[in-house]
Design a protein around this ligand. Structure first.
Ligand code: HEC
Ligand code: HEC
Length: 623
């Protein structure tokens, strides 16, 4: 076995080998932020790499990848087609950028909450320093001079500016909910960030670091963004929730959800344009990456769930963009096979994209393939694959991860588990999966939609579904494949694999605790209220997962409910589970506690005062 040693000084939290908590079946007492978060300091050759992002030097010779499963960054020599160096950088690398001259790279850590600066010298990399930037950072870009980094910090809802020479944060800007994809114009003047959970994008002027426009768009789950060379348009890939019940004919019409490419103007106030991506009968799923090549003549979009990259030619006639809202299906005229729209099957899970300076070679980070793929866009075919390393056989949990991202298991390949349970978490949206037993299809999408629950630590929170009627997690998985996806039932082995994958999903560290992990005074007062007889929260939300695993009547029942009452949900990581309650009816915890889930409704107690609510929320956010 080949081991790659790290030469770098990692923060103390990366000291000892990882504890693998998954699969022992026992709930832990410590709350997620208390557990040992150490990651292995070496990368076993057998570790999956899972590149989620990539960046290319200006001359096209070097490429760096953010490898999410192995907590590492790889430096790839594109001419030789091999990995020159790989180092552990932090917990779950998510976004990566490289200076034009290829001497410095920056990487963000989704669960590590920092940005690491990497010096690249010849064929070696070294960590030059790191800076904490906030909870769940994802996309990152660099100014043209390579001196300033801008990162989308998801759980903080901010774009954070970092001065690289001093490794100091020099600005924080509140944008929309869960910013993720970020792009900078070639002149460095404008930044676009996609707010993946608030259906809008923010434009930022870098000279004064201010938001110039917030543009509502017709898409959720926003992923990679790109800006054209002239700085005229920005493009972002995402998904549109249409909300109808998950039965085959709705799915086929694009009425449950569909994929979209969105274009916004950077030079005037015109509204956004969309291009729907789904051909009926053979849809696309999990649009993720976007890149502009061919000197503007080519648009590439990756679709992780359908394992492909879509190539659009813009020089054979203007693409049929629709302004202001989107269609359900791809425009018919693109299906004429005239070369304007082509699909290149790549296998695995293609994520971020980048074009080579020749404008026709496309680099694809393929997460599930543990590789960088090189697509020849003139021939519309896979030209070459550069392996980043990985096991010869996928583990049981990895086989589950593959199934979780597999849209071909849904009706006409419209979506995967990951489309709704984004990265195993929630996208904050409501869907009608018929999992609540309610089947009135004419109006079901209006009434009985349920918020997508997170799947983090789901193995520990029996029973399942909002109504809590499901007593087996494997059976819940079978229901998901057959009802939510309208696909074939998984084999027993497949269901086991998916459950093993679910067992690997954990919460990120809690960002609302004091630096030493303790509670603020307000949170301590909130904890007393939580446990008091007056609020009585802890009568139901108790134990290590803050659930008693029981069904309660809490005043939110509807006459049409098939199963009476609701299953006490876990309150771990509740700060990031908005909107709240089974139908997402409360946008904030405050709204929830002052309304539908205040003690007066839930347990017939006294309403809480405003200051008690504030303290209680301070506590809830630390769970
Ligand atoms: C169309 C969106 C969508 C898709 C696709 C989807 N789910 Fe879900 N999932 C939901 C919603 C909504 C619920 C809540 C349903 C309810 O409680 O009635 C849910 C509930 C669950 C639960 C129960 C969680 C809990 O804490 O009670 C599990 C487990 C689950 N899904 C797994 C999966 C798996 C595995 C797949 C893929 C095979 C999948 N889901 C596909 C939307 C989706
Ligand atoms: C009688 C049991 C019970 C008590 C008491 C109770 N809850 Fe709940 N809680 C539930 C149930 C059941 C739900 C799910 C209801 C729904 O979504 O329709 C819920 C939902 C929630 C949610 C939403 C979680 C999410 O993911 O959307 C939060 C937050 C919450 N409770 C906090 C509290 C707090 C704080 C208190 C005390 C003021 C409290 N609960 C008291 C049973 C209880």
């Amino acid at each position: 076995m080949r081991f790659l040693a790290i030469l770098t000084l990692l923060a103390p939290m990366f000291g000892s080998p990882s504890d693998s908590w998954a699969g022992d079946g026992k709930p832990r007492d410590a709350i997620a932020s208390d557990r040992d978060r150490s990651i292995p300091a070496i990368i076993p050759a057998e570790s999956d790499r899972s590149p989620i992002a990539l960046a290319l030097s200006a001359d096209g010779s070097k490429l760096v990848t953010a490898n999410q499963t192995s907590n590492s960054v790889a430096l790839v020599d594109l001419a030789a087609g091999r990995v020159l160096d790989e180092i552990v950088t932090g917990e779950k690398p998510a976004g990566i950028a490289i200076t034009r001259d290829g001497t410095i790279a920056v990487v963000t850590h989704w669960y590590g909450y920092d940005l690491a600066m990497i010096r690249i010298e010849g064929d070696r990399m070294k960590i030059a320093g790191r800076v904490k930037i906030g909870a769940e950072p994802r996309g990152v870009v660099l100014s043209p001079d390579g001196k300033t980094a801008y990162a989308a910090v998801g759980a903080a809802n901010e774009v954070v500016r970092v001065d690289l020479p001093t490794l100091a944060t020099t600005g924080r800007l509140t944008v929309g909910r869960e910013p993720r994809g970020i792009a900078i114009s070639a002149d460095g003047a404008t930044i676009l960030v996609g707010n993946s959970r608030s259906r809008n994008v923010s434009l930022i002027n870098t000279s004064d670091f201010q938001i110039t426009r917030t543009i509502p768009i017709d898409g959720d789950n926003l992923r990679q963004a790109a800006i054209d060379k002239e700085g005229k348009f920005a493009y972002i890939a995402g998904m549109k929730n249409r909300g109808f019940a998950t039965v085959s004919n709705h799915i086929d019409l694009g009425w449950v959800l569909g994929q979209r490419l969105t274009r916004v103007s950077l030079v005037d106030d015109s509204p956004f344009d969309t291009l729907s991506l789904d051909p009926r009968g053979k849809a696309t799923a999990d649009a993720h990456g976007v890149a502009i090549g061919g000197d503007g003549r080519l648009l590439a979009v990756s679709c992780g769930g359908t394992h492909e990259v879509l190539l659009f030619r813009t020089d054979l006639g203007e693409l049929p963009w629709r302004t202001g809202n989107s269609r359900d299906l791809i425009p018919q005229e693109l299906l004429k096979n005239d070369g304007r729209f082509r699909r290149v099957d790549l296998g695995g899970r293609p994520t971020e994209l980048a074009f080579a300076p020749d404008h026709k070679t496309l680099y694809v980070a393929n997460y599930l393939n543990n590789s960088i793929q090189i697509v020849d866009c003139e021939k519309a075919e896979l030209a070459r694959t550069i392996e980043l390393g990985g096991p010869s056989e996928p583990s049981l949990a990895r086989r589950g991860e593959i199934l979780f991202h597999e849209a071909r298991r849904s009706f006409n390949q419209w979506y995967s588990c990951n489309t709704c349970h984004s990265d195993g978490h929630t996208d904050g949206l409501d869907f009608d999966t018929l999992n609540d037993g309610y089947q009135d299809l004419s109006t079901a999408h209006l009434k009985s939609r349920k918020k997508v629950p997170t799947l983090r630590r789901v193995s520990f929170t029996a029973p399942w579904t909002w109504h809590g009627w499901q007593k087996s997690l494997e059976q819940a998985t079978v229901e998901s494949f057959t009802k939510s996806m309208r696909g074939p039932a998984p084999s027993a082995e497949e269901a086991k694999a998916v459950v093993a994958y679910l067992g690997t999903l954990d919460y990120p560290p809690n960002p609302n605790r004091e630096p030493d992990g303790s509670l603020s005074d307000a949170a301590k007062r909130g904890e007393s209220i939580f446990r008091s007889a007056k609020a009585a929260c802890a009568t139901c939300h108790k134990g290590p997962e803050f659930t008693d695993g029981k069904i309660h009547i809490v005043g939110l029942e509807e006459s049409y409910d098939v199963y009476r009452g609701f299953n006490t949900p876990s309150l771990r990581g509740v700060y990031d589970k908005d909107p709240y309650l089974h139908d997402g009816r409360s946008a904030t915890l405050r709204e929830m506690l002052k309304g539908p889930h205040g003690p007066e409704t839930v347990s017939g107690g006294e309403p809480l005062s405003d200051s008690e609510i504030a303290d209680l929320i301070a506590y809830l956010k630390t769970l």
